[in-house]
Design a protein around this ligand. Structure first.
Ligand code: PAF
Length: 298
């Protein structure tokens, strides 16, 4: 694996590889690499000739200065994990390279960026995500961009941007990787105390409970979200939001009629976690499996 610290170096390396017709995959990250990132790399490795991973803790998508400060930074360890997973080029620019003095342009993502995560974290969150992803796409010009489905709204925002701005890239959204008890892999999990970590398993358990209701024929959004809230309340967790939404626009649905997502966010202690599950009405579940996810032993 080679390391590029600046855009010129990244482009020079990629130009040589592209001359041979290589298909390039990009896995953007903010570091603190975990199994979820490594699964994205594995998928990219299987379908691309060249895999680029980026590490950049993007200040423009953090709403709380404390959250940005607390974000784990461990580049050496991350580089080892990415190299072992088969990444060819690690792009790890510093802040000056990405946002030089005078930087002023931001992607406006529209109403999709104002719901749910946007409502809690502020509209600048998805503007910040879209801006950095657009910059990374221009810096690297990959054929394929790999994102994780855990961040369902992020996937929807980036898909919208790729479509709206005619970006010549294929977006592949990969299944959520989970711990043995179902907790979605996230860099934030490391911040949970042992007791909080045990309670956090209730997030996925509550989504699975709603999925079981769907399999027994329930389609009413209120009944599904109430089941989630009830299961979470047993662990003393009150979600910031819990909603049945359509996957593209994240608009709330009163009823499960087509494939949809049940999304939730909750704070466990000081740590904010999000998760979601894909649902399809029972009559469709034979033809369309609701969710294929990777469960890892911890
Ligand atoms: O999902 C993330 O880690 C970040 O939002 C991303 C896509 C790397 C942009 O900073």
């Amino acid at each position: 694996m080679t390391l590029a610290r600046d855009v010129a170096g990244l482009r020079a390396q990629l130009a040589q590889l592209r001359a041979g017709g290589a298909r390039v995959g990009l896995v953007p990250t903010m570091g603190a690499i975990h199994e979820g990132h490594l699964a994205l790399v594995a998928t990219a490795r299987a379908h691309c000739d060249v895999v680029v991973a980026s590490i950049f803790v993007n200040p423009r998508q953090f709403d709380e200065a404390a959250d940005l400060l607390a974000y784990p930074r461990c580049e050496e360890r991350d580089a080892e994990l990415l190299a072992a997973a088969g990444v060819d080029i690690l792009f790890a620019p510093d802040s000056e390279e990405v946002y030089p003095h005078g930087f002023a342009t931001t992607v406006e993502v529209g109403p999709l960026g104002e719901r749910f995560e946007g409502a809690v974290r502020g509209r600048s969150h998805f503007a910040g995500v879209a801006t950095i992803v657009l910059k990374l796409l221009h810096m690297c010009s990959p054929d394929v961009l790999y994102l994780g489905r855990k961040d369902a709204q992020q996937v929807a925002v980036i898909r919208r941007m790729v479509q709206d701005l005619d970006l010549p890239v294929e977006l592949v959204a990969c299944p959520t990787v989970r711990e043995a008890d179902g907790l979605a892999r996230s860099s934030r999990n490391a911040r949970l105390s042992a007791a909080e970590r045990a309670r956090a398993a209730a997030l996925y358990a509550s989504l699975r409970q709603a999925q079981a209701l769907v399999q027994s024929g329930e389609t009413d959004a209120r009944a599904l979200t109430e089941a989630v809230r009830e299961r979470l309340s047993r662990e003393g967790i009150t979600p910031e939001y819990c909603a049945l939404v359509c996957p593209d626009e994240l608009r709330e649905l009163p009823k499960l009629e087509e494939e949809a997502l049940l999304i939730l966010a909750a704070r466990i202690g000081q740590t904010r976690l999000i998760d979601n599950i894909a649902l399809a009405p029972a009559w469709r579940s034979q033809s369309a499996p609701a969710e294929q996810e990777a469960l890892c032993s911890a």
